[in-house]
Design a binder for this molecule. Structure first.
Ligand code: BGC
Length: 740
């Protein structure tokens, strides 16, 4: 059918179809009974613009789910897939064929304004969450758009900047989640980022769009632009960008002229159009509208996600709160809940109960605002202090405001708003029983309070059901099981991107390379405020009996790891078992720990279970510049089993045999020492130099060992040594030069 359509369309009609119809729609082809499509943000719910009401920015009511950073903090793949199924229902109900999400960019700096909209600083956790999201939505015959491909880790200058990323970091950190999702969930569409990568804009980047995405990964879905990311339509068409959004295209005339001037081929145009048509056909086949939908179902699952996402960072025993205790609620967020991030993912929630409302349904509880927005004053502080002093325990709501954190701008620092800080400082002087409830989309600096407050909960931006989830958690009706999806560093200056974020107007260099988040803090052995993967519970878990199916494997064999987990406390609870690998000596420096598997298990008090995890080749892969691809290095590895990246409970050593030849080939520029240490050359080179009179007794021996082979030859020749002794060295050099 596609061939038939292509044959029937004029050049003008074809070019027109390579852009959207308007902001949120793709035009259909009535003559072939192919309906148009509605595309809508994503990823925290369905943000369908209320066009009937003439509104571009206002949207129809839909469930506001917790932000992606919170979704990842559940570490519960099944739950996120289930949640995404509900987003699929809502998309069907609203007539949305493609939901624009998930966002799977990385987090090199806590300051990045859109961190809330991305899952994690770890690419594996991001990849697993993104896969679950895509599977869930697409199970409903609704497409997704995995974004923003790739290197969009900041908002500053995002539309013009070039992210300069080395090949190892690009493949191991930034491309990895996209690849995992393409391999495991086959998203209907992907969205290219605004930025350039190493100088070439993503909307016309042949290396990323053609070589990697199409040729290496075999992706066969549609690639659309981010909104307004196409600067050169002709180059975009040539380089495999299928659809420009939003439409209508502003450069259609130019593209038509380019075709007439033989500067753009019909083959390129048709290839792009084939993807557009394939998407329309897929959607026509799979999309089934829903007439009615019970939004309560989505609300319930949004609550469950929020409850599993909130992270108990500290608890000196103050939580859970007992019914009879006199509590006071302080902080405007308790009445005006901070539930979601600002920007394109902003949802118009179906219901929204404040925490104060949820708490006061059955009894009166005293409240003081403490601040308005990010500001406070003497009066508000005084009121808050008076309230606090009359209560056993204080629930103190703080966090970032929409003015501090959101799409389109990066944060200036990691601090809470000034007014919130002043309020906390005043309260901790007079009260020992404060529960600090922090609402933010990314790590904030809480280091000044960790000693003085009794408990801290990272609530994220928990979506429309967040208040209900929080009430259940702090009263112990549900146990905490969230774990940080990103490190809370001790201070911003410790962050590895501190000196290079956000770069200049046209360039940002990812100088920290693969050492992002805990990969950096752990390898540098820097203290952190709260480590990646950290999260307390009302119960305790014991780890024992770590077993591996073999101490030695070949790289394409899998390794079964089992570990016994026991809930040794008094509450039922859930634990996230995290598996990291380390490779202490390697051809290229690796992080001390790299997350490769995790599993969330649910256990009653005194219950045990044996958790089984299967480790595979990809888990140990790194990017080999020599092989220009992912490879496994032969050698010793460590398997760490932990409850966070800094709370490693059990370790096992294994050996992996590999046929990937990742060692850099020796050249005449390598030192004599490198040749002597090499199994192939070692003995020969040692003999040659001994014969030439250089042995350990020679005072210049060490100096000589450090010289590149080619320089050594010149020096040896200048010593007027016998020719037959110099000749073998000359021959080695010649044979190496021939290989180059
Ligand atoms: C954002 C995308 C979003 C699009 C449509 C862009 O500015 O970067 O994430 O999907 O707008 O709202």
């Amino acid at each position: 059918m596609i061939d038939e359509i292509l044959a029937s369309l004029s050049l003008e009609e074809k070019i027109k179809l390579l852009s959207g119809e308007n902001a949120w729609h793709m035009e259909g082809l009535a003559s072939f009974d192919l309906p148009g499509l509605t595309l809508t943000d994503g990823p925290h719910g369905v943000r369908l613009a209320d066009e009937a009401a003439g509104e571009y920015f206002a949207s129809k009511p839909a469930t506001a789910f917790p932000i992606e950073a919170a979704m990842a903090a559940t570490w519960n793949i099944d739950l996120i897939e289930e949640m995404a199924v509900h987003m699929g229902y809502e998309s069907r109900f609203h007539g949305v064929q493609v939901l624009l999400g998930p966002g799977v960019n990385g987090k090199r700096s806590p300051l990045a304004g859109r961190n809330f909209e991305y899952f994690s600083e770890d690419p594996y956790l991001t990849g697993k969450m993104g896969t679950a999201f895509v599977k869930g939505v697409q199970s409903q015959g609704v497409g997704t758009s995995v974004k923003h491909y790739v290197g969009n880790e900041q908002e500053t200058n995002r539309m013009v900047i070039s992210s300069e990323i080395d090949s190892q970091a690009l493949h191991e950190i930034y491309l990895k989640p996209f690849k995992m999702i393409v391999d495991e969930a086959n998203p209907w569409t992907m969205m290219c980022a605004y930025n350039a990568l190493n100088g070439v804009p993503l909307s016309r980047n042949p290396s990323l769009l053609i070589d990697i995405l199409r040729n290496q990964w075999g992706y066969d879905g549609l690639v659309m632009s981010d909104w307004g990311a196409v600067w050169d339509k002709i180059e975009s068409i040539k380089n495999c960008l299928d659809l420009e959004m939003p439409g209508p295209g502003k450069q259609d005339e130019l593209a038509i002229q380019a075709y007439k001037d033989n500067a753009l081929s019909m083959d390129s145009i048709d290839h792009r159009l084939r993807r557009v048509l394939a998407l329309m056909m897929r959607s026509k086949k799979e999309f089934k509208p829903l007439k009615d939908y019970d939004f309560k179902k989505s609300h319930d699952i949004a609550k469950q996600v929020a409850a599993e996402a909130m992270v108990l960072l500290k608890n000196n025993g103050i939580l859970p709160i007992k019914e009879k205790e006199a509590i006071g609620i302080i902080g405007e967020f308790a009445k005006k809940p901070r539930i979601q991030g600002g920007g394109s993912s902003h949802i118009n929630p179906t219901v929204l109960n404040s925490f104060y409302k949820v708490m006061t349904q059955e009894k009166e509880i005293d409240y003081a605002a403490g601040y308005h927005g990010g500001q406070t004053n003497d009066e508000l502080i005084k009121e808050a202090l008076e309230l606090a002093q009359s209560k056993d325990k204080v629930l103190l709501f703080v966090g970032t405001t929409e003015l501090i954190e959101g799409e389109g701008f990066d944060r200036l620092d990691m601090k809470l708003p000034k007014g919130h800080r002043r309020l906390i400082d005043a309260l901790i002087k007079v009260h020992d029983h404060i529960v600090l409830l922090n609402f933010s989309g990314s790590a904030v600096d809480l280091s000044a309070y960790t000693i003085d407050v009794a408990a801290i909960v990272q609530c994220w931006l928990p979506g429309q059901a967040g208040s209900e989830a929080l009430r259940d958690l702090i009263y112990g009706q549900q146990n905490f099981s969230g774990k940080l999806s990103e490190t809370f560093p001790l201070c911003l200056e410790h962050n590895p991107s501190y000196l290079s974020f956000p770069g200049s107007i046209d360039e940002v260099s990812y100088k920290e390379s693969i050492f992002v988040g805990y990969r950096y803090y752990d390898t540098k052995k820097l203290p952190v405020l709260y480590p990646f993967g950290h999260g307390l519970s009302y119960t305790y878990f014991e780890y024992a009996d770590l077993k591996v199916s073999s101490d030695e494997i070949i790289d394409d064999e899998s390794l079964e790891v089992t570990v016994k987990i026991t809930n040794t406390g008094d509450y039922s609870g859930q634990e996230v078992i995290q598996v990291y690998y380390g490779k202490p000596s390697a051809v290229v420096k690796r992080a001390d720990k790299n997350l490769i598997k995790f599993k969330k298990v649910s256990l009653k008090s005194n219950e045990s279970t044996t958790v089984k995890l299967l480790l595979k080749r990809d888990d140990f892969e790194f990017y080999s510049k020599k092989l220009k691809g992912m490879a496994v290095e032969e050698g010793h590895y460590q398997i760490f089993i932990g409850s966070s990246s800094r709370d490693i409970r059990l370790i096992k050593d294994i050996y992996i045999h590999s046929t990937d030849d990742v060692k850099e080939a020796l050249s005449v520029n390598h030192s004599i020492r490198a040749f002597i240490n090499d199994p192939e050359y070692g003995e020969n080179i040692l003999n040659i130099f001994n014969n030439l009179g250089f042995d350990k007794s020679n005072g210049l021996y060490e100096v000589m060992l450090g010289m590149p082979l080619k320089v050594a030859l010149g020096i040896v020749q200048s010593f007027n040594l016998e020719e037959e002794k110099v000749e073998p060295l000359y021959q080695v050099i010649q044979s190496l030069q021939e290989k180059e």
